[in-house]
Design a binder for this molecule. Structure first.
Ligand SMILES: Nc1nc2c(ncn2[C@@H]2O[C@H](COP(=O)(O)OP(=O)(O)OP(=O)(O)O)[C@@H](O)[C@H]2O)c(=O)[nH]1
Ligand SMILES: [Mg+2]
Length: 228
């Protein structure tokens, strides 16, 4: 990359990090577990979020979501069926969400009562890796039909994540998904990465996923001395 372009890129990322730090402070002040959900297009982010939010709402948790796509508010409409408040960000061509746009969409949102706040990023395994959105947890989805080699091809995304969700596990046999290979590839890129297998369609593995989320909320709040 040319030196001037590199300088501009560094400045953009620095600005993003500053805004993300303020967002993180805002989430943490209210004891909210904020999650940034990333994956390639169609890996199952929206269906997983809808099912997750439905269950969390039934259990008495307060949840909300922001969802980014280049165009359409399809995902926000679908997610809103869970009963959670949801806002759509149309990035108009941008291949990832940035902290400033998240901050703008949250500016007039009263976050006081939220327990979990989900940010569904634009479907893309490259660009979102570089942009901190103030989340406490970054979740990367890898769906079984995509194949086992994605961690090796897109290491920054898997390296920057806190948990990899192997989604669409109900399709594993149909697509001859090699579990051993995917674990090996994930561990090669990020040795301590938490891994969770699930199907948002059938519900398999959802309990483990929800237990993981709730345990992370408890840890966050115990660190802040806020009782769940
Ligand atoms: N069989 C199966 N299909 C799934 C599962 N999760 C999602 N799907 C289907 O996969 C397709 C894409 O799912 P979405 O949830 O829209 O994926 P996404 O990652 O949000 O897609 P973008 O927002 O476009 O990046 C839809 O037809 C879903 O119904 C699953 O666990 N099993
Ligand atoms: Mg989606």
């Amino acid at each position: 990359m040319k030196p001037r372009l590199l300088e501009i890129r560094k400045a953009v990322l620095k600005k993003n990090d500053e805004i993300a730090a303020k967002l993180r402070e805002r989430f943490l002040k209210h004891g909210i577990l904020a999650l940034n959900i990333v994956s390639s297009p169609g890996a199952g982010k929206t269906l997983l979020l809808k099912k997750t939010m439905e269950i969390l709402i039934q259990e008495g948790f307060k949840v909300g979501a922001l969802v980014g796509d280049l165009q359409t508010d399809n995902d926000a409409k679908f997610l809103a069926k869970s009963g959670a408040p949801v806002r759509q960000i149309e990035t108009d061509g941008n291949c990832h969400l940035e902290a400033n746009i998240v901050s703008d969409y949250l500016a007039d949102w009263d976050l006081t009562d939220f327990d979990f706040f989900f940010i569904e990023n634009v479907g893309n395994l490259v660009c979102p890796a570089n942009y901190d959105l103030g989340e406490s947890l970054r979740v990367v989805l890898l769906s079984t039909p995509e194949g086992e080699d994605k961690p090796l091809k897109y290491p920054p995304m898997f390296n920057s994540a806190d948990i990899a969700v192997i989604s669409k596990i109900d399709l594993a046999d149909f697509v001859e998904f090699d579990r051993k290979a995917v674990y090996k590839n994930l561990q090669a890129v990020h040795p301590m990465l938490a891994i969770c297998e699930l199907s948002a369609k059938t519900g398999l593995g959802m309990t483990n996923w929800l237990d993981f989320l709730k345990s992370k909320l408890r840890v966050l709040r115990s660190e802040m001395s806020i009782k769940v």
